[in-house]
Design a protein around this ligand. Structure first.
Ligand code: CAP
Ligand code: MG
Length: 409
């Protein structure tokens, strides 16, 4: 029987295959390019192995079910992902492995991933998710409003915690460590968590509910200990940089019963693999894996409103991946952050809607009257948009917002 990876237009059972969509740039014709990926990532290699039996091929060989224009759709048999050891690392080694390095393919981009329920059920998914965050913060409908303590690094614990307190007094629901701050000498994790927890307790006594995400991004064998340190000192939320830590680090936290707080997922380094339109992995694919691995909130961009590069159609797809029906997994809070300030809230919310955590670092700490005023301005901007009132109109009665608009618009 011929061993042909091409199975064009074959209908695959979505429960029996992991199905991936790639876009390809290559001198090869698209069918051949598709076969190159399928063989490399399942039972083949650059030349036909004499040891590849027909039985092995039939059982474990990938199938190219679509190869048209620059698009290839490949089904990898679910058995190729079997076993108790492997997890997301093994999934990625197949669907996003050697194929990216094949010299015959100038560019390949993994743009969509469809997982069978029988595999997804092996993953924890979000413990809290969007609804859980809304419940903790008693914020049933409006966007969550947050800040990133700036400068990214350098503030000692007490000053850091005072920033959080000022932000809370200004009405923010969330704050977080920046992605480069973990346990540096000038702001050790334990001291920072202690000081921030005291301020969050004080805000609570004053009637304001706020959580702060502490960055515990570290080595795989240390991340649960880092979580213990944060939780023992009162952390109400944890944060991981999922691409520098790795999906298993996120999953270990999400699966650990003692981690009974939400996990904020930052995507530092994603630009290295998502930004190039011809080569890499799309953010929606990363978002799907983060939802499986148990992230409760994930940065997915500002739809072009902020400072970061944006492919708006992909950012909308990422939002759909986080909020759509996905194998009974809880929804994940999309986080919009990066170059935002109060004057951009209308533009952002016109696209994001209200199921979003809007964050500003510079856009709060850079307010002429300081952090509390910056926090009030951001909160006022969100309140204005939720009330259907123009920002400039709302600013007539809200000086903090007016000063933010005067400075940045
Ligand atoms: C934003 C931020 C975030 C970016 C990450 C920063 O600060 O803290 O890490 O939002 O980008 O360090 O730039 P500003 P993304 O509000 O001061 O820009 O959310 O796209 O992953
Ligand atoms: Mg940051």
């Amino acid at each position: 029987m011929s061993m042909d990876y091409l199975a064009l237009d074959e209908e695959l059972d979505p429960e029996e295959y992991v199905i991936c969509e790639y876009t390809v740039k290559s001198d090869l014709d698209i069918k051949t390019a598709g076969v190159r990926i399928a063989e490399e990532e399942s039972t083949g290699t650059w030349t036909h192995p004499t040891t590849l039996s027909d039985d092995i091929f039939q059982r474990y060989g990938a199938k190219v079910t679509e190869a048209k224009n620059d698009k290839v759709r490949i089904g990898y048999p679910v058995i190729d992902f079997s076993g108790d050891i492997g997890g997301i690392p093994q999934i990625l080694s197949i669907i996003a492995g050697n194929l990216f390095g094949l010299d015959s393919l100038e560019g390949v981009r993994l743009v969509n991933l469809e997982m069978p329920s029988k595999l997804v059920k092996n993953y924890p998914g979000p413990r809290f998710g969007l609804e859980g965050l809304r419940t903790i913060l008693n914020r049933p409908k409006k966007p969550l409003v947050g800040t990133i303590v700036k400068p990214k690094i350098g503030l000692p614990p007490k000053e850091f915690a005072d920033y959080v307190y000022q932000a809370g007094k200004g009405g923010l629901t969330n704050s977080k460590d920046d992605e480069t701050l973990v346990d540096q000498d000038f702001c050790p994790l334990e001291d920072r968590v202690n000081c921030v927890s005291e301020k969050l307790d004080l805000l609570q006594e004053e009637g304001h509910q706020m959580i702060h995400a502490h960055n515990i991004s570290t080595n795989a064998h240390e991340i649960l200990d880092a979580a213990d340190i944060a939780l023992e000192n009162g952390a109400r939320q944890l944060m991981v940089d999922v691409l520098t830590v790795g999906f298993p680090g996120l999953q270990a936290l999400a699966e650990d019963p003692s981690v009974d707080v939400p996990i904020h997922v930052h995507r530092a380094m994603h630009g290295a693999i998502t930004k190039n339109p011809d080569h890499g992995i799309s953010m929606p694919v990363i978002a799907k894996l983060v939802r499986m691995a148990g992230g409760d909130a994930l940065h997915t961009g500002t739809y072009g409103a902020g400072k970061m590069h944006a492919d708006i159609s992909e950012e909308l797809f990422s939002k759909e991946v986080l909020l759509g029906e996905e194998h009974d997994l809880k929804k994940v809070m999309p986080v919009s952050s990066g170059g935002l300030h109060p004057g951009l809230v209308q533009e952002l919310m016109d696209v994001s809607g209200k199921d979003v955590q809007i964050q500003a670092g510079g856009g709060v700490s850079g307010h002429p009257d300081g952090v509390m005023a910056g926090a009030k301005a951001l909160t006022q901007a969100v309140d204005a948009v939720c009330s259907g009132i123009g920002l400039r109109e709302y600013a007539k009665e809200h000086t903090e917002l007016k000063k933010a608009l005067d400075k940045w618009m």
